[in-house]
Design a protein around this ligand. Structure first.
Ligand code: HEC
Length: 154
């Protein structure tokens, strides 16, 4: 799981540098496909403040015991707030983070939350990392979430 995500990040970075230099070299096909499908970014206000508050309840109940009350991590688990964490996910769709959390977290019972709870907790992670809230909730649907690209916070 983790290796797969790291591989995808590698492709994303390669793509960014290729297009940035405008060398005309073809970007990796997988990256082009996902870039075409995305229609918004995390800076567009893709979750609501109310949703992040719900996610905070989920986080306190199911995640804080390992990741810590401030998401800084600890002996039990890595931090999930701060630039290191978000840089890792930059250029990946939100659907990848949603799915990654859904299949592997909480580590002591993966998949035991509802899809709505997973979407809410992802909204809370974005809120805690400084992304703007907006008018629409983050959908609890991987295909829809794949249309939203994770970018660095401004
Ligand atoms: C029983 C302890 C435990 C609980 C509870 C738990 N996690 Fe984790 N989490 C871990 C450990 C250990 C890792 C590192 C191993 C791995 O990546 O699978 C991790 C990794 C992660 C990662 C990836 C971090 C990275 O840098 O790649 C995310 C995101 C995450 N957890 C989110 C959550 C969320 C959201 C919840 C609550 C729904 C949660 N975790 C609950 C132990 C836990």
């Amino acid at each position: 799981m983790r290796l797969g995500v790291v591989g995808a990040v590698g492709l994303g970075l390669a793509c960014a540098s290729v297009s940035g230099m405008a060398t005309g070299e073809p970007a990796p096909a997988a990256v082009v496909a996902s870039a075409q499908e995305t229609t918004s970014t995390l800076l567009d206000g893709v979750f609501t403040a109310a949703q992040a508050r719900r996610g905070r309840q989920v986080y306190s109940r199911d995640c804080a015991s390992c990741h810590g009350p401030e998401m800084k991590g600890g002996e039990m688990a890595p931090g999930i707030a701060g630039s290191d964490f978000m840089v890792f996910w930059t250029e990946l769709p939100v659907g990848s983070m949603f799915e990654r959390i859904k299949v592997s977290m909480p580590e002591d019972g993966p998949g035991r939350l509802t899809d709505n709870e997973y979407a809410d907790v992802v909204a809370y992670i974005f809120d805690a990392n400084g992304y703007p809230a907006g008018e629409v909730e983050l959908p609890a649907d991987k295909a829809e979430l794949d249309k939203i690209m994770i970018v660095a916070v401004e």
